[in-house]
Design a protein around this ligand. Structure first.
Ligand SMILES: C[S@@+](CC[C@H](N)C(=O)[O-])C[C@H]1O[C@@H](n2cnc3c(N)ncnc32)[C@H](O)[C@@H]1O
Length: 302
């Protein structure tokens, strides 16, 4: 079992911690973090809901886990330079992180019918009127807890999804959205991801959900010629902007885009970047806390 590297620091109030987590999302090597007397935090978890009854003031310890010493060292430097925080690095047994997850993770729901359950909880397999995504949330990015993943799941359920659709999941993380698209009946899903740990974890989630490589393929880049009926992209705002032309080019006529990973304040700029290439398209906005998800599709399909 590979060791992981714990960076322990101390934060005052909750907002800085939230910002640190937001900055870490998508960073290679970041496994996750714990805070509040060892309450588990996902690398993707937005704090607002759980912190309603907690004081947002005062100091609390925060543990950040990384898969390599190098990424832990880099984070230690960032903490010092950007946040003026001292921290210590500790090497720990690889299973420590996974074990913490297993003890703490009960799964999450996303409207209208999604339920993400840990694969070790067999009791939750059969739930009436729910689409169950099973996963082992110990590796890679995306446990379904982040509002943007939940918004994408809801957006997916809101489309008039057709069973012959070919779908791209750009920045697929641990593959939750790819699994969801396959469960909606997609003919094929191309999951595009560059992070090795996320790739490892998506192979596992595809297996756990009995999906074959025929239904979902893992790719490390956007195919140059293939066109899709639906593109899902839950990824950093800057990447969404940078890739707008490439993603639009990969759309079949009348295809839809589900974009998330950014804040409500960024919606206008992002929608403009896409809609200037798609004059007949309109937008629909879903939001949770400050997070946004845009559905872009031909106006008469919205
Ligand atoms: C915000 S996560 C989304 C994960 C998942 N789609 C979800 O909704 O839970 C974004 C993912 O994009 C990946 N990523 C970042 N840049 C990428 C790129 N240029 N190509 C493919 N994947 C990328 C990151 O490694 C990360 O796993």
């Amino acid at each position: 079992m590979k060791p992981s590297f714990l960076v322990r620091s101390c934060f005052e109030g909750i907002r800085d911690y939230e910002q640190v987590i937001a900055d870490l999302e998508g960073e290679t090597g970041f496994l996750g973090s714990f805070q509040f007397e060892n309450r588990p935090r996902s690398r993707t978890l937005h704090l607002a809901d759980e912190c309603e009854n907690l004081s947002v003031d005062g100091e609390f310890d925060s543990d950040f886990y990384f898969s390599s010493r190098e990424s832990a060292e880099n984070f230690k430097i960032t903490l010092k330079e950007r946040w003026s925080k001292d921290s210590q690095i500790q090497e720990i047994a690889g299973e420590d992180w996974n074990q913490k997850w297993r003890e703490s993770y009960t799964g999450v729901e996303a409207p209208p019918f999604w339920k993400i359950v840990p694969e070790w909880n067999k009791k939750q397999e059969e739930i009436e009127n729910k689409k169950i995504i099973r996963m082992n949330p110990s590796l890679g990015f995306g446990t379904g807890e982040h509002p943007t993943t939940q918004l994408c799941l809801s957006a997916l359920a809101n489309l008039d999804f057709q069973v012959d659709w070919e779908v791209m999941d750009f920045g697929s993380g641990s593959g939750i959205l790819s699994v969801a698209a396959a469960m909606m009946g997609a003919k094929s899903v191309d999951a595009i991801e560059i992070d090795d740990m996320a790739l490892e974890s998506s192979r596992e989630i595809f297996k756990i959900n009995n999906l074959s490589e025929k239904q979902i393929r893992l790719l490390e880049g956007i195919p140059q010629t293939k066109k899709y009926n639906l593109i899902l992209a839950n990824i950093l705002f800057s990447i969404l902007k940078e890739k707008s032309q490439e993603l639009v080019k990969a759309l079949k006529p009348n295809a839809a885009l589900i974009l998330s990973g950014f804040f409500v304040t960024d919606v206008e700029g992002l929608a403009a970047a896409y809609l200037r290439h798609l004059p007949k398209y309109g937008q629909r906005l879903l939001a949770q806390d400050d997070w946004a998800c845009l559905i872009l599709s031909p106006k008469d399909h919205l």
